[in-house]
Write a protein that binds this ligand. Structure first.
Ligand code: COA
Length: 346
């Protein structure tokens, strides 16, 4: 594959030596987490589980739950405002808004259009993207295409979820895993600057039933039966999802590293989809990564699907962990099945 090249001064000499191509820059990132914390202890009041079981099987200690009157568009808009503030970007400058989500406020209009209205980005085109937990990397890759084609100068990419509304709070197999939140990034073409080096996306629709929400679409519209059979909730085959996640995340990570000719030892930070500590550890082991390379915050937020790596990226940046010129590997996996990975020079 031939990647577009442009003259560029790499901040990180490793990247300069290994990879001469440049895609687009991440001007700033932001995030928003709802105030309400739901601890493992509190979940023991809802289903037959324990803090010990949840912690040892997943690494999750607590998650955030959005208020009843706080919707995915609100979470997304708050994350967007945070990124805009940090990047010094006004709403009018935004050319395109992509919202990755599986929990839109409603099927249509898109959540991206609702965000456009909330933040006042009146010059922006807007659409939603549905790639479940892989959504943010899919959105980054698509946003990058618009920057590289010079169609747009400023693209706002958001991962946002109110998963608490599609969780079956009577199903202990799933309700312990997920949380609400949003993360955002502003993409721009900043000549001679840092940015997204490459990204990959993948899918296997033959395994869609492993993780899905059966009802609410055209196949099973809302009915008395669909409600009685609890078909409007997320369903998952945990063990199979686990195996597929580890395999797909490893091969996506290897693919992007290979493309950039960067060895795993040269990566400063790996930001994996925050689904499960054991998945992250298995991926880290197989890639021969060191524990200190892995960024993990799922203990505080659980799996926030499309928002997960966006929140993690913002947290890593805000905490000062990311230094200019650092090489970051983002790797994700989700329903579809879908997966993806990206290499960023910070
Ligand atoms: N508390 C207590 N027991 C629970 C439980 C809970 N919250 N959830 C499930 N169990 C029980 C099951 O009922 C089952 O009991 P049984 O053996 O009597 O039928 C048993 O625990 C299953 O245990 P185990 O086989 O050890 O589970 P696991 O190691 O596969 O862990 C998951 C379960 C869900 C944590 C794990 O499969 C997983 O993380 N899968 C990937 C999920 C994911 O990340 N999805 C999103 C991807 S984007």
């Amino acid at each position: 594959m031939t990647l577009p090249t442009r003259p560029v001064e790499f901040v990180n000499p490793r990247a300069a030596n290994e990879f001469k191509a440049r895609t687009c820059s991440i001007r700033s990132v932001g995030s928003y987490l709802p105030e309400k914390v739901l601890t493992n202890e509190a979940i023991t009041k809802l289903v037959d589980t324990s803090d010990e079981w949840i912690t040892s099987r997943t690494g999750i200690k607590e998650r955030r739950i959005a208020a009843e009157d706080e919707f995915t568009s609100d979470l997304a808009a708050n994350a967007a405002r945070d990124a805009m503030k940090k990047g010094g970007i006004t709403a009018e400058e935004i050319d395109l808004i992509i919202v990755a989500t599986i929990t839109p406020d409603m099927l249509f209009p898109s959540t991206a259009c609702l965000v456009q209205q909330i933040i006042g980005a009146k010059n922006a085109a807007a659409f939603d993207l549905e790639a479940a937990c892989s959504g943010f990397v899919y959105a980054l890759e698509i946003g990058q295409q618009f920057i590289m084609s010079q169609t747009y100068n400023t693209v706002l990419v958001i991962g946002a979820e109110k998963l608490s509304t599609i969780i079956d709070w009577e199903d202990r197999n799933t309700c312990v895993l997920f949380g609400d939140g949003a993360g955002a990034a502003i993409l721009q073409n900043i000549p001679n600057s840092h940015g997204l080096l490459t990204a990959t996306m993948g899918a296997d629709g033959s395994k869609g039933e492993l993780l899905c929400m059966p009802a609410g679409g055209s196949k099973i519209p809302a009915s008395g039966d669909s409600l009685k059979n609890r078909l409007h909730y997320l369903r998952m085959d945990g063990k199979e999802t686990f195996k597929n996640a580890v395999n797909a995340m490893c091969s996506a990570a290897r693919e992007v590293l290979q493309r950039c000719q960067i060895d795993i030892s040269q990566v400063d930070h790996i930001i994996p989809h925050q689904a499960n500590q054991r998945i992250i550890s298995a991926v880290g082991d197989r890639l021969k990564a060191k524990e200190e390379q892995l960024f993990i915050n799922l203990d505080k937020y659980g799996n926030t699907s499309a928002a997960s790596v966006a929140i993690a990226l913002d947290e890593a940046a805000t905490s000062g962990r990311l230094k200019r010129g650092d090489i970051i590997l983002i790797v994700v996996f989700g329903a579809g099945l879908t997966w993806g990975a990206a290499v960023i020079e910070w």
